[in-house]
Write a protein that binds this ligand. Sequence first.
Ligand code: IDP
Ligand code: MG
Length: 156
Amino acid sequence: MAIERTLILIKPDGVQRGLIGPILTRFETRGLKVVGLKLMKMTEQLASQHYKDHVGKGFYAGLVKFMTSSPLVALCIEGPKAVEVARKMMGKTFCTDAEAGTIRGDFGVSRGMNLIHGSDSPDSARREIGLFFKPEELFEYGRAGDAWVVNDEDRA
Ligand code: IDP
Ligand code: MG
């Protein structure tokens, strides 16, 4: 199935800077569907699960401090090739390297405080969505304009 789900986090810097709306708007405008959304605080335990591949790296302690310092917004978004589409919309990891037109390239200048997380593969997405959302917190629903966003070929 070409319709995928991915986990997006609007990181604490995005929330503190009043960028929940502008970042969310980009995904909505693109046509991606919000199927899960919550404001929450990341615990150290959740950080170690979410960032399991980075545990032990030099930047890990700073990353956890940043990610647990203030609330973040967790989003599950859905659409054709949602994982890859969202990664392209985010831009390169360090805002200084991210192209203008991407979220990191338009809203940030920091390396580590880069506003947004997006799953890097469909397998990571499944794992990460499970860390942040209970099944009953995710919704399958039709939107009035869906037929003008995706067609049968996109869904095949
Ligand atoms: P990604 O978020 O673009 O997938 P990853 O390499 O998976 O990038 O790193 C996870 C997060 O860890 C980054 O988004 C960033 O916040 C932080 N990070 C990665 N490398 C560094 C670094 O060298 N210095 C500071 N923070 C870093
Ligand atoms: Mg990553």
